[in-house]
Every structure is written in structure tokens, then in C-alpha cells.
Design a protein around this ligand. Structure first.
Ligand SMILES: NC(=O)c1ccc[n+]([C@@H]2O[C@H](COP(=O)([O-])OP(=O)(O)OC[C@H]3O[C@@H](n4cnc5c(N)ncnc54)[C@H](O)[C@@H]3O)[C@@H](O)[C@H]2O)c1
Length: 383
């Protein structure tokens, strides 16, 4: 049995996403499960080193997860041929600099979304990797969520007939931090433009790959943003001005005629099945897709409502939906994509969630901002 170690530089993973989803729930989980068993003769084993700016934070995190390799000297680590993969979960605005360093060092590149805040830059990073012949990928985690997998399964089985429309509702209340017993649960940079914040940049990247992969290619969009809450409290307890969008109301026209509308907001209280729900209506059936669950109502089971606001509804609308059962133990979505990327690097297996695909997300976000500024529909050119 050969155990093939794959050196991975994990940069900027002391943050929220890096620590939880990428280090603990993905890479450490793969190590704990004994690697990725490819065959009776071969297992792939991640061998991570943590890199970042603050040696104390790195040391604390390494200790917490049981690793002994960490450094602030990224360049020295990039120079070490043992490390085949460079992964970045640092701030969006630092991505370019880090990806360029990794490409120079000839590493395979995997990184968080958005890969940039401008399409030009996101595309340039993709081309940099492509021209250097380096394997590359971008996190598109939502595609492996159990809810979306269940949706994909019933869609492949023809459950919907023709899909007509999709209504996505994403969001929850992000506390402003003004009350000491209700601390903010997202980093403050999300609400500052100069730091790469804004919900359009953040979420339209996700909606691009979700829509393209699940419902059909996006052809055009109309988007309106808003900064509903103008001031919040930062990590140091200081008030700051929120100068970028914290809510977005976007409509997408798809090439196949489907219309998708997504509301995204950090200023809504949740009275729905999940933090993200997508209602998909088709001629033969409908589904409500959450992060982990998916509920369906077939044409035959559709009740017949009659408009009468003078009485309480005689129909319990929730009762007419059935949950698609779990068919297996669904692994963490980030971990699944990591395993696919590791197989891509080690075994040359296909991996289509590339930096070029990531650039499409940035493109949709940039067009969303433009649509809002110009108050008009915009076509989405091919990238
Ligand atoms: N896939 C998803 O669903 C998802 C969700 C949230 C955030 N993200 C993305 O992940 C990235 C990180 O977001 P987060 O919410 O974890 O933010 P965060 O602020 O918690 O983490 C950012 C990390 O980067 C580090 N960092 C910043 N500058 C650095 C530098 N110059 N060198 C090295 N490290 C540096 C910070 O110390 C911190 O550890 C962002 O690009 C964000 O858009 C993705």
C-alpha cells in the first residue's frame, strides 16, 4: 500500500472560513479518516502547512488542530518542492498577490471565492494558471450541499417537467454589534467596500455557479442593491460606516427561458425553512431546496387554493409537501470538493470548477453592481 503525501500550503486559514470549513472540516477530517483511499494500493494523504502573517495566531491554530507545521515565511514554503498545492482563504483583495506568487512557484492553485472583485483581475488570474499549465480550482461549495444534491437527483429523474422559475431567498440577521450581548457574527470587512466587502460581490459569485449548474446558463440580469444599515460596530468595539451593499435584489434571465430571482440580505429575520431556500416551480412539480433538505409537491398533490381573505386558510400549505429522504451520509460540502481537487492534482482526474469558472461569478457580481448603478438590465457576455 502506497501512501502518497500531498503537501498543501494553507494560507490565511486563521479566519472564519479557513479554520472551520477548510482546515478542520476538510483537510483535518480527511487526515482523520485515513486519507483518500484510491485503491487497495494507493491512498492520498494531505500534508498541510499553515501560513499567514501572525505567528501567534498560526501557533494557536496549529496546536488546536494538532499540527506542528506553520510559518509566516510564505515564500520559503513556496520554494519547497514538497508542497504541490497552494490554497488561499485570506481576504479577497489579497488573492491576486498570493496566486501570482504561487503560480511563479509552479504550484497547483485552489482558493476561496470571490477570486477578485473585478472580472478583469479574476480572468487574468485564471489565464495566469492556464498559461503556466497549472491545475487550478475555486471553492463552489454550495453544489455539494445535501439539499442541492437532492434537487439535482429529482431534476435528473424528470420530477419537474419543464422548470419555469426559481425564487431564491438567502439571508439572516447579522447583528450590528451595538449591544454587548448581541455581538456581530460576521467580520466587519464585509461592510466596507475598500476591504472587498458587499453582499453583491459575495453572493452573486455563489448564485452564478448555482444557477449555471442547476438551472441553466445566465443570459442577463437586473440587480438592485441597498445599504440598509449605515453603521455597525467593528472587532475593536468602534463604530464604523458601512459604505457597501448589505442587501441585493437580483433577477436573472437564463438561456433556457427560466427566470430566477434571488434576494440576498444580512438584514432579514428568518421565517422560512433555512438560511437559503430556493423554490423551483415546474410544470409537473415544485421543490423547496434548503441547505440540507429538499421538499417536493407533485402536480397531483397540488391543492387548489381559492382567494378568500375573510377566513383563515382552510388549507395547511406546509402539509402538502414531502421531504426527499436522506439516501446516504452526506459529507461536508467543502470536504467533498477538496477531495475532488486532491484527486485532480494527484491522479489527473477532471475538475471543472476552475478559476475561469470562478471568474464568471465575479463577472456576474460586477455586472450586478453596474446594473444597480445604471438602473438597467444587462446581458452577460460569454467569458
Ligand atoms: N465559500 C463561502 O461560502 C465563503 C463564505 C464566507 C467567506 N468566503 C470567502 O473566504 C475569504 C475569507 O473570508 P472569512 O469570512 O473567512 O474572513 P476572515 O476575515 O475571517 O478571514 C480572513 C483571514 O485572512 C487572513 N489574512 C488577511 N490578510 C492576510 C494576508 N495579507 N496574509 C495572510 N493572511 C491574511 C486574516 O488574518 C484572516 O485569518 C473571503 O475571500 C471570503 O469572500 C467564502
Amino acid at each position: 500500500m502506497e501512501i502518497r503525501n500531498i503537501g498543501i500550503i494553507m494560507n490565511g486559514v486563521t479566519g472564519r472560513m479557513g479554520t472551520n470549513q477548510h482546515l478542520i472540516r476538510s483537510i483535518m477530517a480527511i487526515i482523520k479518516q485515513g486519507g483518500i483511499k484510491i485503491s487497495d494500493d494507493l491512498t492520498l494523504m494531505p500534508d498541510p502547512i499553515l501560513t499567514g502573517r501572525n505567528i501567534h495566531k498560526l501557533a494557536d491554530l496549529a496546536k488546536r488542530v494538532g499540527l506542528d507545521k506553520y510559518t509566516t515565511d510564505l515564500q520559503a514554503t513556496l520554494n519547497d518542492p514538497h508542497y504541490e498545492i497552494f490554497f488561499d482563504a485570506s481576504g479577497t483583495l489579497f488573492r491576486k498577490q498570493f496566486v501570482e506568487m504561487a503560480v511563479k512557484a509552479g504550484k497547483a492553485v485552489y482558493c476561496e471565492k470571490p477570486t477578485a472583485v473585478e472580472t478583469k483581475e479574476a480572468l487574468a488570474l485564471a489565464e495566469l494558471c492556464e498559461n503556466a499549465g497549472l491545475k487550478n480550482g475555486v471553492v463552489q461549495d454550495k453544489l455539494w450541499l445535501p439539499g442541492l444534491r437532492k434537487f439535482q437527483m429529482i431534476k435528473d429523474q424528470g420530477f419537474f417537467g419543464d422548470i419555469l422559475s426559481v425564487r431564491g431567498e438567502f439571508g439572516y440577521w447579522v447583528f450590528t454589534g451595538e449591544h454587548y450581548d448581541q455581538p456581530a457574527q460576521r467580520p466587519s470587512w464585509n461592510y466596507r467596500k475598500a476591504d472587498g466587502g458587499g453582499i453583491i460581490v459575495d453572493m452573486l459569485c455563489h448564485w452564478r455557479y448555482v444557477i449555471d449548474n442547476c438551472f441553466g446558463n445566465v443570459k442577463a440580469l437586473s440587480c438592485m442593491g441597498a445599504t440598509h444599515i449605515p453603521t455597525r460596530i467593528d472587532e475593536q468595539g468602534k463604530s464604523y460606516n458601512c459604505d457597501t451593499d448589505d442587501s441585493a435584489y437580483a433577477t436573472f434571465e437564463l438561456e433556457n427561458g427560466v427566470i430566477a430571482h434571488f434576494n440576498s440580505s444580512w438584514n432579514v429575520r428568518v421565517r422560512r425553512d433555512d438560511l437559503l431556500t430556493m423554490q423551483v416551480d415546474g410544470t409537473k412539480g415544485s421543490a423547496v431546496v434548503g441547505l440540507r433538505k429538499c421538499w417536493v409537491q407533485s402536480a397531483a398533490a397540488t391543492p387548489k387554493p381559492v382567494w378568500n381573505p375573510d377566513i383563515d386558510s382552510p388549507i395547511d400549505f406546509y402539509a402538502g409537501w414531502q421531504e426527499v429522504p436522506d439516501m446516504q451520509n452526506y459529507d461536508n460540502a467543502f470536504k467533498i470538493q477538496w477531495e475532488l481537487f486532491l484527486r485532480h492534482v494527484a491522479l489527473d482526474e477532471p475538475f471543472r470548477w476552475t478559476l475561469r469558472e470562478g471568474a464568471k461569478g465575479v463577472q456576474l457580481a460586477e455586472l450586478g453592481l453596474q446594473s444597480w448603478a445604471e438602473r438597467r438590465w444587462l446581458d452577460v457576455p460569454e467569458l
